[in-house]
Design a protein around this ligand. Structure first.
Ligand SMILES: Cc1cc2nc3c(=O)[nH]c(=O)nc-3n(C[C@H](O)[C@H](O)[C@H](O)COP(=O)(O)OP(=O)(O)OC[C@H]3O[C@@H](n4cnc5c(N)ncnc54)[C@H](O)[C@@H]3O)c2cc1C
Length: 509
């Protein structure tokens, strides 16, 4: 039995049982979609009937108030059935619902949330023909016209295109460079399907997500009323970024079902496939692949439900949700490759659903932000979040061990002179010979705040060829190290020598 993580509420555990039972009963229906290529409208209607579209919606608007965790539970189980059903559900959740709950006013919530709770579909419109990963460069414009806005532009790759009743759309409302610099140039809107001037331009024929419409939207002087604007004009980037954690995590939750099914087919098939007079699951090689599949699933589930829990607690979840999306999307693809390998040629036929899951796997590294974008976010956020833990340890030669070792006590410079600064750099060469010192390293070794004096001394040392300096675009010193000439001037050459005992013996030093 798949683990219900211990921190789920009783209501969420009950939900998990209900959705699992629904998925178990409808797996065959999901498989049919692979052959018929028909969108599973009946299944979607049943999902709506059960009230699962209302999972994150407050009860006063007809929802169930089960939070991000509730949505993830639903997406995980639906994704065992088929991608079209899961994506239609999940995109609705992060294509309007989340934004309305967080940024909508009472009138907007009252107008749209109860409809969605009953199963009206949503869409999210960020991407354009010329705008992908660089979402801030959105070209679609929204021009104010009295109390209305006029939309002009095209959106592409829009999931639920044509199916959705409402679209959460981001458009440019300012061309001022100052607004662009401050990310105040975009606004967020809820656009209804029957808006005059809004048409479905074309449908993408995708390599997976069979049966689900994904397409281009065209907005040609499409007039939308004032009530469409979410938050204030200029809040678009804030709304967009705020919704990304939920989007990424829900996307990741929708990868857990196929990862589970992959294990089921790999185990079931290899228990029944006899080669060399034994079931192929008896081969250790296959067991190790299946072991990795269990490990990946467990890790991906922990990441997803941990991020969901953080979001439900209103805690910062940028790292957690980004990591969940990145890890799950790469683990999902690997999971299917392993499942197919364990199943041999059967795995690559369309007579088992693993092949369809394999085709669906790739898009998860593209949609909702590519893996590269996830890594860019993790790199930046990681440096920020862990900044206190990432200070480079100060190193010096240990008095008795006579080896470079980190130290909490540092000998600081009382007076900033050419001699003392050069000595500091020579000492650093002894413990970090291949590295420059950052300006922060140097300032940290001054007894008093004498930054200006340090900068002027460094400049003089540079003109004398005693140090190498690195400067930023504004000409400010960022790094420095003693040159060969500087090292020679700072200390006698013996000061830099160091040999281990074995080398001393061997080389007679
Ligand atoms: C099936 C599907 C469904 C989608 N659904 C929606 C939807 O409902 N709504 C919506 O708005 N969008 C949707 N998208 C769009 C999706 O979000 C974009 O495809 C994604 O953001 C990447 O944009 P792009 O495809 O234009 O790739 P590009 O941005 O052109 O990138 C191409 C490659 O270059 C890399 N790259 C780009 N810039 C950098 C950089 N600075 N550093 C390192 N690498 C970089 C990317 O990671 C990628 O590998 C969907 C996409 C797909 C495929």
């Amino acid at each position: 039995m798949i683990e219900k993580l211990p921190w789920l509420t009783e209501e969420q555990k009950e939900l998990a049982d209900q959705v699992k039972a629904f998925a178990d009963a409808n797996l065959a229906m999901g498989e049919q979609v692979i052959w018929t290529r028909e969108f599973p409208s009946d299944l979607l209607a049943q999902v709506a009937e059960k009230g699962w579209f209302g999972a994150p919606i407050p009860k006063e608007y007809g929802g169930k108030n089960l939070g991000v965790t509730g949505c993830c539970i639903i997406a995980e189980e639906l994704s065992r059935i088929c991608a079209a059903l899961t994506a239609a559900y999940s995109v609705t959740m992060f294509g309007g619902v989340e934004q309305l709950i967080k940024f909508g006013n009472a009138e907007q919530k009252q107008r749209w949330l109860p409809q969605i709770a009953k199963g009206k579909l949503g869409g999210i419109c960020i991407t354009e023909p010329g705008v992908g990963s660089d979402a801030a460069s959105i070209e679609t414009t929204a021009r104010k016209d009295g109390d209305d806005y006029i939309l002009n532009g095209k959106k592409r790759f829009i999931t639920n295109a044509g199916l959705a009743d409402i679209y959460c759309l981001y458009a440019r409302t300012s061309d001022s460079p100052e607004d662009r610099r401050k990310y105040r140039h975009l606004s967020a809107f809820i656009v209804e399907r029957d808006t005059p001037g809004f048409t479905l331009e074309r449908i993408n024929e995708l390599g997976g997500w069979i049966g689900l419409p994904n397409g281009y939207l065209d907005f040609n002087d499409a007039k939308i009323p004032k009530i469409s604007l979410l938050g204030e004009e200029g809040d678009g980037w804030k709304v967009l970024v705020d919704g990304l954690n939920f989007e990424r995590n829900l996307f990741a939750a929708g990868m857990l079902g196929p990862m589970r099914e992959g294990i089921r087919y790999a185990v079931g098939h290899s228990q029944r496939r006899i080669q060399f007079n034994q079931p192929t699951i008896d081969s250790e090689i296959n067991q190790f692949k299946i072991a990795d599949m269990f490990a990946r699933l467990a890790t991906a589930r922990l990441l997803v439900y941990h991020a969901a829990h953080l979001m439900d607690m209103k805690a910062d979840a940028v790292m957690a949700a980004t990591n969940a999306k990145l890890y799950a999307s790469e683990a999902y693809e690997r999971q299917m490759i392993d499942a197919m390998q364990v199943m041999g040629g059967d795995g690559w036929t369309q007579f088992y659903p693993v092949e369809a899951f394999m085709r669906d796997a790739k898009v998860n590294q593209l949609g909702a932000g590519t893996s590269e974008v996830m890594r860019m976010v993790l790199f930046r956020q990681g440096l920020r979040v862990m900044s206190e833990d990432l200070t480079m340890p100060y190193r010096k030669i240990h008095e008795t061990l006579n080896v470079p070792i980190s130290s909490t006590t540092r000998s600081k410079i009382a007076e900033v002179t050419e001699k003392s600064v050069l000595q500091m750099m020579a000492d650093d060469y002894i413990v970090n010979p291949g590295l420059h010192m950052t300006k922060g390293d140097m300032v940290g070794l001054l007894q008093t705040t004498a930054e200006e004096k340090l900068v002027s001394v460094l400049a003089v040392l540079e003109t004398k060829g005693l140090v190498h300096l690195l400067r930023d675009r504004k000409g400010r010193i960022t790094h420095g190290k003693a040159s060969f000439k500087g090292l020679k001037k700072a200390k006698p050459s013996e000061a830099y020598r160091w040999y281990p005992e074995w080398a001393k013996k061997l080389l007679k030093l």
